[in-house]
Design a protein around this ligand. Structure first.
Ligand code: PLP
Length: 366
């Protein structure tokens, strides 16, 4: 018998989270830290969600409602879809794992536009699927033709982060339809709509609409981004009941905790908080892009709540220098050596970031 864990798991990088804020504060002797690294809601959770959690806290001696009955019914009503088309998960990350666990057999292909969200690669590797890497175009848009060309009879899952993390670029309805026209009947398109609330493009496809006419779509949504509940870990999938069935068989009975369910239900009803979040993102995105361009940098056009920007310098160095000034952004590794990704914050946070960036760039001799 082979010793230790399964050998193929060695290909999975252990996730390295950023340093805890307190540690950064102590290490650099900082008064203020602005975290713009994980695409969280800069306004925090909805006050209604916080209130709902307070109430739910008194009941946590009991197991949560496994099927998330109330949230299910609220979303089914909102999206005008049957309740059986939903599955609730411990963050949408869990949905990605369930999808690969239930549908991707060893050696079957998963198509990954590249670069994209890291969790997809790991979920495919964990199931010993074959990763078909399809680079984005030079301007970071999806290369729809190359994606379609790479589909064959052994293709099981096509991952489309829409908008894409870390680029913020999106695929339009036409692109999704081109993929569906080539995809085998047993294939699935994973439409990850983690940032959908922020999208402004008029030709942005609605996964849940397309799903009405095509059983090969799995839509992923989360409460971590626009709804400001990342710390609670709650997301959901929408798919046809025959697809949901496979996912449900793998799901832990009580995968979504009670506080998360209560908060998500309240957050869903707080339209004002969502509106404020989306509106801030819209106006601040315009301002940030202009300011970044003014600094001589090249931001990528984004439909999400973050901006990928080419600094022209080492992204790792810029990241480290910004950190010393109390701004945490994301460096994306050697494949994007001169870029950083920055979450769009409140006007004050963005000013703090811009002033730190300006001084970092000055120190580098621009
Ligand atoms: C494209 C994409 N999908 C999913 C997630 C994960 O979301 P959750 O917090 O729901 O697991 C993220 C988070 O960064 C993301 O960028």
């Amino acid at each position: 018998m082979e010793r230790g864990y399964k050998r193929h798991l060695q290909a999975i990088e252990i996730y390295k989270p950023g340093k805890p804020l307190d540690e950064v504060r102590r290490e650099y002797g900082l008064d203020r830290i602005v975290k713009l690294a994980s695409n969280e809601n800069p306004f925090g959770p909805s006050p209604l969600a916080v209130e709902a959690m307070r109430k739910a806290a008194t009941q946590v001696h009991m197991y949560p409602d496994g099927p998330c009955t109330q949230l299910r019914s609220a979303l089914a009503e909102k999206l005008k879809l049957p309740e059986e088309w939903f599955i609730f998960t411990n963050g949408s990350n869990e949905l990605i794992e369930l999808l690969c666990g239930a549908y991707l057999r060893r050696g079957e292909k998963a198509i990954l536009p590249h670069p994209t969200f890291s969790v997809y690669y790991n979920a495919v590797t964990a199931q010993e699927g074959e990763k078909v890497i399809v680079p984005l175009c030079e301007d970071f848009s999806f290369d729809v033709k190359a994606i379609v060309d790479s589909i064959d009879s052994n293709t099981r899952i096509v991952f489309i982060s829409n908008p894409n993390n870390p680029t913020g670029t999106y695929m339009n309805t036409e692109g999704i339809k081109a993929i569906l026209s080539k995809l085998p009947d047993e294939g699935l398109v994973f439409m990850d709509e983690a940032y959908a609330e922020f999208v402004e493009a008029s030709d942005y496809p609605s996964g849940s609409e397309l799903l009405k006419n095509d059983h090969r779509i799995v839509v992923s949504r989360t409460f971590s981004k626009a709804y400001g509940l990342a710390g609670l870990r709650i997301g959901y999938g929408i798919a046809r009941p025959e697809v949901i069935e496979g996912l449900e068989r793998l799901r832990q009975p009580f995968n979504v905790n009670a506080m998360a369910q209560a908060a998500a239900l309240a957050a869903l009803r707080d339209e004002e908080h969502l509106k404020k979040t989306v509106e801030n993102n819209r106006t601040e995105k315009i301002r940030l892009v202009k300011a970044l361009e003014g600094l001589g940098l090249r931001p990528v056009a984004s439909q999400a709540n973050f901006i990928l920007v080419d600094t022209g310098y080492s992204g790792e160095e810029i990241f480290a220098l910004l950190l010393q000034k109390g701004v945490i952004v994301r460096y994306l590794g050697p494949e994007l050596p001169t870029h950083i990704r920055v979450t769009i914050g409140t006007p004050e946070e963005n000013d703090f970031f811009l002033s730190a960036l300006r001084s970092v760039l000055e120190s580098m001799g621009t």
